[in-house]
Design a binder for this molecule. Structure first.
Ligand SMILES: *Cc1c(COP(=O)(O)O)cnc(C)c1O
Length: 391
């Protein structure tokens, strides 16, 4: 069968896919159906932190498959309780709701803020402040706070739009607060927008004003969470805590699972009947989450990210200084971007031909979000290939 022709016949074309049919993975490498090998610096978009085909991870999932895959949320199940406990301990927040994706985690977080505001004064008018160049997902609610016309066009009616402020501009955020503002939502490090880490005084200022006005602060750590920036969650490097955090991507390392995690104060706004899901938090997905946390600890993933992340940062900084094709390097931990002076799509395609997977992000930026187990040798190999695509 010609897979790509068949795909175009039977699948809705919402993606311009690369002409590669992936087949299997091993560590930081992927192989296509023809056996061609790729060094993967995208990790399924910041998902596969532990690398492909990790034996312990696979064995844990196989064991859960043989035991129990699904229960519905009408019953308790042990893996969900264990996974939620690990998330509570790691986030420093109080209560978890499991979802099937990042988008749904955002949906839930927005509902928490609405209900919290509603409980205060029975208001039915809510406003969110979100950031320009943000990305929060593709459902109607998540799209409404996604600060990018490209994604909203045709789907988000004007009256549903959130108010958008400039990222890292505290004054701009403050100027947009009204008595209807129920939540401020932002990515601690903007991913799709082009890899922009938040500034410390920006987050501190927002935390302060949210406390003063009893507005909920929602962090989207779907992409930058789970160790990617060199701490379990990026906000932990800023010394502040959100009221709600949205997680997904690396949370299950390949099994589709997300979560929103809230402080006691606002999680109690949701009562039985307010929110639900059939699959969310099923034993298979949460066994994955639980195993991910165990393996992070066993492999000391956070220390490793700090070390190799600094190495990758230095290498990219050196390359940015040397090559005119690079306008700017930005990044933190193992989440890096190179804003280019040449079309990023062409560089991504060239790299793919040479067996390196990198992806793009907003503002003509080349994005690197490798598996977190990547080594310095892998980074050297990546730099060699990438440099040959950028000269
Ligand atoms: C990927 C992403 C989402 C959406 O997650 P899905 O699992 O694709 O629904 C939301 N926010 C951020 C920051 C993301 O990177």
């Amino acid at each position: 069968m010609n897979y790509m022709e068949q795909a175009d016949k039977v699948m809705i074309k919402t993606y311009n896919r690369f002409p590669v049919v992936l087949d299997r993975g091993e560590g930081v490498y992927l192989y296509d159906v023809d056996g061609k090998k790729y060094l993967d610096f995208a990790a399924g978009i910041a998902v596969f932190s532990l690398g492909y085909n990790n034996k312990k991870y696979n064995d844990a999932l196989k064991a859960q498959i043989d035991k129990l895959l699904h229960t519905s949320n009408l019953f308790y199940n042990v893996p969900a309780i264990e996974a939620a406990t690990k998330i509570v301990n790691a986030t420093g927040l109080d209560k978890v709701f499991f979802t099937n994706s990042g988008t749904e985690a955002i949906e839930g977080a927005l509902k928490v803020a609405k209900k919290y505001a509603y409980n205060k004064d029975n208001t039915k008018e809510y406003e969110f402040i979100a950031m320009k160049h943000s990305f929060h997902g593709r459902s109607n609610g998540a799209l409404a706070v996604t600060g990018n016309e490209k994604y909203q066009e045709g789907f988000v009616p004007k009256q549903f739009r959130a108010v958008f402020a400039e990222y890292n501009n505290l004054e701009d955020v403050v100027s947009k607060i009204t008595d209807k503002t129920c939540g401020i939502i932002l990515e601690t490090v903007q991913g799709e927008g082009g890899i922009f880490p938040a500034k410390k005084d920006f987050l501190e200022g927002i935390r302060k004003i949210c406390d003063e006005k009893d507005i909920l602060l929602i962090f989207d750590e779907v992409q930058c969470g789970m160790g990617r920036t060199g701490s379990m969650f990026a906000y932990q490097q800023y010394g502040i805590k959100p009221d709600v955090v949205a997680l997904a991507k690396a949370l299950g390392c390949g099994v589709p699972v997300g979560a929103f995690v809230a402080s006691e104060k606002c999680s109690s706004a949701l009562v039985p009947g307010d929110h639900g899901t059939t699959y969310g938090g099923n034993p298979f997905a949460t066994a994955a989450v639980s195993t991910v946390f165990d393996l992070y600890e066993e492999l000391d993933v956070i220390s490793h990210v700090k070390e190799v992340g600094a190495y990758l940062g230095t290498k990219l900084e050196e390359m940015a200084e040397k090559l005119d094709s690079i306008k700017e390097h930005r990044g933190i931990g193992l989440m890096h971007g190179l804003e280019l002076n040449v079309p990023v799509g062409e560089v991504v395609n060239k790299a793919l031909e040479k067996g390196l997977i990198v992806i793009s992000a907003g503002c003509n930026t080349l994005r690197m979000v490798p598996p977190l187990i990547v080594t310095k040798e892998d980074i050297d190999e990546m730099i060699k290939i990438l440099e040959s695509c950028l000269v």
